[in-house]
Design a binder for this molecule. Structure first.
Ligand code: SIN
Length: 314
C-alpha cells in the first residue's frame, strides 16, 4: 500500500518528460530536457500531498547518455537511499536509453529500497502529457511498503530492470518486460503485484567506488549478425583496441560463419566476446558446440553493460 507522506527523492535527468514543443498539438517536434525539476514537479496536480526532495542531476536527451552521468546518478541514488527518512528514489529519464540506465543502476546498487525510473512519451507542453501521471505512479511505487530494487514505471506498469525494454516508438505504453511479464501495475495509486521485486544485494554497492570518475570506461561495442555479415567490422574494432564485443546474433545467437570466425579470432586475441540475440524475446540457450559464451538472458545493450562492469571490476 502506498503511503503519501513518506519522503521520496526525485532525481531529474531530462528526457521528453521535461521536453518543450512549440505548440500543444506537437507530440514529436519538441526539444527534450528543457523543463527544470522544480517546474516539472510544480506542474503535477496533487504533488503537494507528497513529501519530495528534488535534484537536477542532469538535463539531457537520453540518447546522449554518458558514463559520467551514470556515475553521478548512481552516487546520488546511494546518497539518498542511505538517508533513514527517505523511503525511495524516483528518477525522471528519457525513454530512449531508460532500460540501460535501469540495468546499470540495479547492477551497481541492487538497493533494498526502491529506485523507480519514470519517463514520458509526450513532452510536458503536450495537450495531454503522460508525464504527470507517470510521476505520480512512480511516487506510489517508491513509497510502497516492501518495494525494492530498480524498476521502471510507465503507463501504469511496473517493469524490473533486468527485463524492461522500449518496444514502441510512439505509443504511451512504450515498454515491455517481454515474456517475463511486468512486476505489476499501479491502479489509482495502489499496486497490484504479479511477481517479486528485483533482488537486493549489499555486495553490489561495492562496485560504486570502482566506477571511474575520469578514466575511460572499458570500450565494449555491439555488432550484429545479418544476411551477408562479415568479419571486417570486428577486425577494425580489434585493431582499434576494443576491450569487449557483444554480438547480437540471429535466433538462438547464431552467427554468419565469417562473423563467427572473426569473433573467435578476437576472443583468441584476448578480447572478451559475448553472444546475445537480436530477437526481442527469449534468452540464448547454450549448446554443446558453442565456441563463444552467451549472455544470460540479456538483450545486446544490457549484455554490453554487464560486460563493461565485468571488465571494470575484475
Ligand atoms: C529521450 O530519451 O531523452 C528522448 C525521448 C523520450 O524521452 O521519449
Amino acid at each position: 500500500m502506498q503511503v503519501i507522506g513518506k519522503k521520496i527523492a526525485v532525481l531529474a535527468t531530462g528526457g521528453t518528460i521535461a521536453g518543450r514543443a512549440s505548440g500543444p498539438q506537437d507530440n514529436i517536434g519538441y526539444t527534450a530536457a528543457q523543463v527544470g525539476v522544480q517546474d516539472l514537479l510544480a506542474g503535477i496536480p496533487g504533488i503537494g500531498a507528497w513529501s519530495v526532495v528534488a535534484e537536477q542531476v542532469a538535463q539531457i536527451d537520453s540518447k546522449d547518455m554518458t558514463f559520467a552521468v551514470w556515475r553521478e546518478l548512481a552516487l546520488r541514488c546511494a546518497h539518498w537511499l542511505s538517508q533513514p527518512d527517505v523511503a525511495g528514489v524516483v528518477i525522471t529519464h528519457g525513454t530512449d536509453t531508460l532500460e540501460e540506465t535501469a540495468y546499470f543502476l540495479q547492477a551497481v546498487l541492487a538497493p533494498a529500497k526502491p529506485v523507480v525510473l519514470t519517463c514520458a512519451m509526450r513532452p510536458a507542453t503536450a495537450l495531454a502529457p503522460d508525464g504527470p501521471q507517470n510521476v505520480l505512479d512512480a511516487l506510489a511505487v517508491a513509497a510502497a511498503d516492501g518495494a525494492r530494487g530498480v524498476v521502471a514505471v510507465c503507463a501504469a506498469t511496473i517493469h524490473g530492470a533486468h527485463d524492461v525494454a522500449k518496444q514502441h516508438t510512439y505509443r504511451l505504453d512504450a515498454f515491455t518486460s517481454g515474456d517475463a511479464g511486468p512486476i505489476g501495475y499501479v491502479e489509482e495509486g495502489r499496486l497490484r503485484l504479479l511477481r517479486d521485486w528485483p533482488a537486493a544485494d549489499r555486495a553490489a554497492a561495492l562496485a560504486l567506488g570502482k566506477l571511474p570518475a575520469k578514466d575511460p570506461w572499458p570500450r565494449v561495442e555491439i555488432v550484429m549478425n545479418h544476411a551477408g555479415a562479415g568479419g571486417a567490422i570486428v577486425q577494425a574494432l580489434v585493431s582499434q583496441g576494443v576491450d569487449g564485443l557483444v554480438v547480437a546474433g540471429t535466433g538462438n545467437g547464431s552467427l554468419h560463419r565469417d562473423l563467427q570466425e572473426a569473433l573467435t579470432q578476437a576472443q583468441d586475441a584476448g578480447v572478451k566476446v559475448v553472444r546475445s540475440t537480436r530477437c526481442p524475446q527469449g534468452p540464448v540457450l547454450a549448446r554443446s558446440d558453442d565456441k563463444l559464451p552467451i549472455a544470460t538472458g540479456l538483450s545486446p545493450v544490457k549484455a554490453r553493460i554487464a560486460l563493461m562492469l565485468e571488465l571494470l571490476l575484475r
